[in-house]
Design a protein around this ligand. Structure first.
Ligand SMILES: Cc1ncc(COP(=O)(O)O)c(C=O)c1O
Length: 469
């Protein structure tokens, strides 16, 4: 990791979290589900009557948190804080599944949305913002010569794959990571219900830092793979030139390389993971982090490929919707004027270094580890027998929630998180570790859980450490 630029910017940011002088220590006492969660529970009862599964976004539903301890509905947010429907306050490290790089209600973004609202939401012809935002994406992203917009990540990963299929005249796809809800991808997961076998047969997966697993796919399907689509980094650094080798191998076999930068874009750096690791793909997808929560997906790439969208169909009613594009313009300008990514690395390092420090100080390295990067990390829990254990994950979430912190086993930071909030979170993590040590004493974590344990959204992806919730 030490060869990457941002890591050189920071010495470990270690704090004496026990004796840290919080500006307003008392204010932390009010965090957490102090008012109970009765309103959350009542609204959940209603939601499950009228919405199948009760939620629009699985990762936001009660199964991803400890049911009975955690709130279920959030009402409002400001900066790095949120308030639930019972009026409880929390520090939020999920950030609406991570698009809120600047935090809730950032004034510059909100002002841009309000100003656009005066003129209109969406129109009968193009709006000038489409090209204005495209200019800004091209300015920020090294591999972006042209850009198309849509409303979410699933749209643009699907369109990247469609474009690659058209350009190569091939049908198969090799992928690595999570790429959204469309058939071509979700067919590879344990939630592939309703997808035709013919579609399932066309997508294969390979493993991070295992170039042989990609070699094997090209060997098995010579001349048939249209593209390699992957998250450029998960929770481990690319080893031994992995990304360079993937690009070389894809091109040697006539396939396009697509980076899915939904979670790495604008966090690893303004130019995404492609800039950070110095490997430029043929196409790339972005979204989270582009418009601070407004719904957007962007497909970027080299002009000689992107121009094929003149034939390949990619068109939707809301692609050029102006409120979102106004937000994106404001966010991208803010990134240009402020080194947001460096600040995210710093905020993430306060979490990353001090979580790690306390794990070591409490001698729990064999059972709890924080892996990855300050801007993309994962907590891994292993029980007394060294086995991965999701009850430990639930116990972690429970103890953090009780102390007023909403998170998965990954901590996403934003521009607005205050230093005190981050140190308080590290302190809470230390207290959580003491509870974890109690559970480890007899390997019984269930006795410490006060609610229904959280469960992985995709168990196989989680077991392979490709997702953190
Ligand atoms: C890496 C990655 N790709 C694609 C997607 C899909 O994006 P969306 O949920 O906006 O469709 C996600 C969403 O979490 C993601 O993390």
């Amino acid at each position: 990791m030490s060869s990457y630029p941002h890591n050189r910017l920071y010495d470990p940011l270690r704090y004496d979290v026990q004796n840290y002088a919080f500006a307003d220590l008392g204010s932390y006492a009010r965090l957490g589900p102090k008012n109970g969660i009765a309103a959350s529970d009542a609204q959940w009862q209603h939601a499950t009557q009228v919405i199948p599964g009760g939620t629009q976004t699985l990762s936001k539903g009660p199964s991803c948190f400890v049911e009975g301890v955690s709130p279920k509905f959030l009402q409002r947010g400001k900066g790095g804080r949120v308030w639930d429907v019972d009026g409880n306050e929390y520090i939020d490290f999920v950030l609406a599944c991570f698009p809120l790089t600047l935090g809730y209600g950032h004034p510059v973004v909100d002002a841009a949305i309000k100003a656009q609202l005066e003129d209109g939401i969406t129109f009968s012809m193009m709006h000038p913002l489409e090209a204005e935002v495209a200019d800004r994406v091209i300015d920020a992203i090294p591999g972006a010569e042209m850009v198309r917009f849509s409303k979410n990540g699933s749209d643009v990963t699907a369109m990247a794959v469609r474009l690659a299929r058209h350009l190569t005249g091939r049908e198969r796809v090799a992928c690595l990571g999570y790429h959204g809800f469309q058939d071509w991808y979700i067919s590879t997961t344990d939630r592939s219900f309703g997808i035709p076998q013919a579609v399932k047969d066309l997508t294969s997966t390979f493993r991070y830092n295992d170039i042989e697993s990609l070699h094997a796919l090209f060997a098995k399907h010579p001349g048939e793979i249209a593209c390699v689509i992957m998250e450029p980094v998960l929770f481990e650094a690319p080893q031994d030139g992995f990304l360079e080798k993937v690009k070389e191998l894809a091109h040697a076999n006539g396939a396009l390389l697509i980076f899915d930068e939904m979670l790495t874009g604008f966090r690893f750096g303004r130019g995404g993971a492609q800039e950070f690791f110095g490997v430029i793909p043929d196409l790339a997808t972005f979204g989270k982090g582009m418009a601070n929560g407004m719904p957007i997906g962007a497909l970027t790439g080299l002009a000689r490929y992107m121009q094929a969208f003149e034939q390949v169909f990619f068109s939707s009613t809301y692609g050029g919707e102006a409120l979102t594009l106004a937000a994106a313009k404001a966010v991208l300008d803010f990134y240009k004027e402020n080194d947001v990514a460096a600040h995210l690395w710093r905020n993430g390092s306060i979490i990353f270094d001090n979580f790690r420090n306390q794990i070591e100080r409490k001698g729990l390295q064999d059972h709890v580890s924080m892996t990855g990067f300050p801007v993309r990390n994962q907590l891994v829990f292993k029980d007394k027998n060294g086995e991965p254990n999701y009850l430990m994950n639930a116990l972690f979430q429970q103890e953090m929630t009780r102390r007023g912190i909403i998170c998965y086993a990954t901590i996403g930071v934003c521009w607005a998180h205050a230093e005190d909030d981050l140190v308080y979170t590290a302190k809470a993590f230390g207290e959580m570790l003491d509870v974890m040590a109690d559970g480890l004493s007899d390997n019984d974590f269930a006795r410490l859980l006060q609610g229904k344990p959280s469960a992985p959204v995709f168990k196989a992806l989680r077991d392979q450490r490709q997702t953190a919730n």
